[in-house]
Design a protein around this ligand. Structure first.
Ligand code: NAP
Ligand code: SF4
Length: 673
């Protein structure tokens, strides 16, 4: 008897039966653009072997003008078809199924050639689109249909027609982006003509025994978005046009509501999908912030959907479904929804990977093979770098002892757990603890390791982490000045606070100080905080009254010396959320300061080289978040004795250290031992 009966139930689609209810949602990995199709195929084949029922590729452009960026992958020529066949062949050999997503970006295409229903520039693109004429629209339909036919020829099991997230088809649906007065605009019947026509003609081209998934936007989260009756009308028309499955999308890319970030509550939008259940007879898929089999099972058991889409969780762990099926759910590496190695990479033009799994999209290059000679490996420091090194070394057959002076594994991840909106770090540290035990690693906690304690190991890896940087501000020794470590461990803090340093930790501490109950733990509060309403009551699901954040717990001022916008260096796809969250709580953000001194009244700052415009930031508590320096004492002592050691993570380089770099480095060092 499985723990996950709904998740692992087969799904009959008529011409084919899927073995379970899990779809790997579309992700742009950047792999196709490398031109290394063996690498693309290996990525998907590993996930097929992990038993996911159906995968959707990253978006493939149907033509040049529809590509998300210039040079975006597509299926344009016979050579493209041959390349895609490498992928579909390997997926089928591994027992999986794969559909190709057809993504026409419309006005979101990062190119001066972009096209759209109307010549209205998107707020997230520098390019104004060209409004298509009727002939131009026919060309777009024909290109999408051709892409679907080629996908079939390339061996795909189906296609997903991307109709959500504010892309081309979605742009026709709403007056926000469609101001046409011809057959493709005006009334809703006209505005929905394009997506319906696309699905009808794709079905005619591919025949009955081919999966067509249509991704429908359920809640646009933009002004003048679709009303709920319009969504239902479209869903029925898409079913009538021949779609096999409705996948669901939440929010346009230009929406100012977070939809997948870690501070979004788990399964935050499953209630919207549930509203559509019963309106059509084809299966409906729900998505967004579903990252464990337990959550997925609950969503299905409660009748929110027929199937669950997870995308990033398959970067974190290719074996997600297989582990759930075989009673190893606790061993699934959890996606913490940080975006740091996936979407942030995509939007910086880098290859996707995963913070918790550096092998994601690097399967052919980062190989963890059995060691030729098993060694005794001592790893000092059980933070992310040390944990990754220890687990990788153990997976290769080395005998590993992991030391930490703390009473639990996780290092600084245990501080991150305290921050409202970062609750996913609980799951990550629990996963690491489970894996350390499962891997047979000897764990020595509560041990301050000295040089002599490591003599018996063949190899020593030092992952002792970081120490807070001393900012050397006059008055910093006063009792109302605290380090972020004390604060996140619960030290008392007064009602007015100045936070020195606005890096990731300064922002986290400010959020911790202004937030009472974490809205991430209460869907009701979170929806109110970000102004999300039932789409039955408000077009596009935007509450007419706007965001209603809870009152801040404290008056906080966040400061930095750099004369630039605070938070500019935070995650590319998440920085705006942190800034918006603090702004909603009235946090004052000040850049370009000199820290002149601290006294009983608070923090005295000034501006410019001449220390002009002196100002007192009145504060009961001052919190130091001024970055870190490597904790290298042990490493340096061993090196001084002539011992060869590997130094990784913050102990190696503390500047801008984050868990992504730490885990990647730890994994790579141990993979090469
Ligand atoms: P950080 O990002 O390097 O920021 C350090 C802050 O301290 C900066 O605002 C810096 O600004 C200030 N600073 C540096 N030297 C100073 C000095 N001598 N006196 C006063 N202020 C000084 O480091 P962090 O905030 O400690 O975070 C460490 C790493 O953890 C970050 O790289 C971050 O990526 C990671 N992290 C990530 C997240 C996340 O959400 N992704 C969250 C937390 C931490 P000025 O030099 O302009 O004053
Ligand atoms: Fe999830 Fe973060 Fe990995 Fe992306 S990088 S898949 S968000 S854990």
């Amino acid at each position: 008897m499985t723990e996950f009966p709904h998740l692992l139930a087969p799904l009959d689609l008529g011409h084919v039966t899927l073995p379970n209810r899990v779809l790997m949602g579309s992700m742009h990995t950047g792999l196709e653009e490398t031109g290394d199709w063996n690498r693309v195929a290996t990525f998907y084949a590993e996930r097929a072997a992990g038993e996911v029922a159906l995968m959707v590729t990253g978006g493939m452009a149907p033509n040049r003008e529809g590509g998300v960026f210039a040079g975006a992958a597509g299926l344009f020529t016979d050579r493209d078809i041959a390349n895609h066949r490498i992928v579909t062949g390997r997926v089928h050999d591994a027992g999986g199924r794969i559909a190709m997503q057809i993504l026409h970006a419309g006005r979101y295409a990062y190119s001066p050639e972009c096209v759209a229903p109307s010549a209205l520039k998107s707020p997230i693109s520098p390019f104004a689109p060209r409004a298509l004429d009727a002939q131009g629209i026919e060309k777009q339909i024909a290109d999408i249909v051709t892409a679907a036919a080629r996908a079939r020829e390339a061996g795909y099991d189906g296609v997903e027609v991307m109709g959500s997230e504010g892309y081309f088809l979605n742009q026709f649906l709403v007056t926000h982006t469609n101001r046409r007065e011809d057959d493709w605009g005006g009334s809703y019947a006209n505005r929905m003509r394009l997506p319906v026509e696309v699905v009808r003609r794709v079905r005619a081209a591919v025949g009955p025994d081919f999966i067509i998934i249509y991704r429908i936007s359920l809640i646009d989260l933009i002004p003048d978005g679709s009303s709920w009756p319009e969504v239902v009308e479209l869903a029925r028309a898409i079913e009538g046009a021949g779609a096999s499955i409705l996948n669901t999308g939440i929010g346009w890319h230009e929406a100012r509501v977070p939809t997948i970030a870690t501070s979004v509550p788990r399964r935050a939008f499953a209630w919207v999908t549930k509203k559509l259940m019963g309106e059509v007879t084809i299966p409906i898929i729900t998505s967004n912030r579903i990252n464990t089999p337990e959550v997925a099972e609950a969503v299905l058991a409660e009748g929110c959907a027929d199937m669950v889409s997870m995308a990033r969780p398959f970067l974190a762990d290719a074996q997600f479904v297989a582990k759930a099926r075989t009673g190893r759910a606790a061993q699934i590496a959890p996606c913490i929804a940080c975006n740091q190695a996936c979407l942030d990479h995509t939007f910086s033009g880098k290859l996707t990977s995963c913070l918790v799994n550096p092998r994601a999209c690097h399967e052919t290059e980062l190989v963890i093979a059995p060691a030729a000679t098993p060694l005794s490996v001592g790893v000092v420091g059980a933070g992310p770098a040390g944990l990754a090194a220890a687990l990788t070394a153990a997976a290769r057959g080395h005998r590993v002892t992991l030391y930490d002076k703390a009473a639990e594994v996780g290092g600084q991840l245990n501080l991150a757990k305290q921050v409202p909106g970062k609750e996913e770090f609980h799951g990550l540290t629990a996963y690491f603890a489970t894996m350390v035990a499962a891997a047979g690693i000897t764990l020595r906690l509560g041990v301050a390791v000295g040089e002599d304690d490591l003599a018996s190991h063949d190899t020593v890896i030092i992952a002792t982490g970081v120490l807070p940087r001393d900012p050397a501000i006059p008055g910093q020794d006063l009792p109302h000045v605290r380090s972020y470590i004390d604060v996140l461990r619960g030290a008392p803090v007064g009602p007015r606070v100045a936070v020195i340093g606005a890096g990731g930790i300064g922002f986290d501490v400010a959020e911790y100080l202004v937030t009472g109950e974490s809205p991430t733990e209460s869907l009701h509060d979170w929806l109110a905080e970000w102004g999300v309403a039932d789409p039955d009551e408000a077009r596009g699901g935007l509450a007419p009254a706007g965001p209603q954040p809870a009152a801040p717990l404290r008056q906080v001022t966040l400061l930095q010396r750099k004369a630039e916008k605070l938070g500019r260096r935070l995650g590319k796809t998440t920085g705006w959320i942190h800034r918006a969250a603090l702004q909603m709580k009235g946090v004052e953000m000040i850049g370009g300061v000199n820290y002149d001194r601290i006294d009983a009244d608070g923090l005295h700052v000034s501006f410019g080289e001449g220390h002009e415009n002196p100002r007192l930031i009145a504060a009961d508590t001052i919190v130091l978040c001024a970055g870190q320096v490597p904790a290298r004492r042990l490493a340096d002592a061993l090196i001084a004795r002539g011992r060869a050691v590997y130094v990784i993570g913050g102990a190696d380089v503390a500047a801008e250290l984050d868990a992504k770099r730490a885990i990647d480095q730890g994994t790579r060092v141990a993979a090469a031992l």
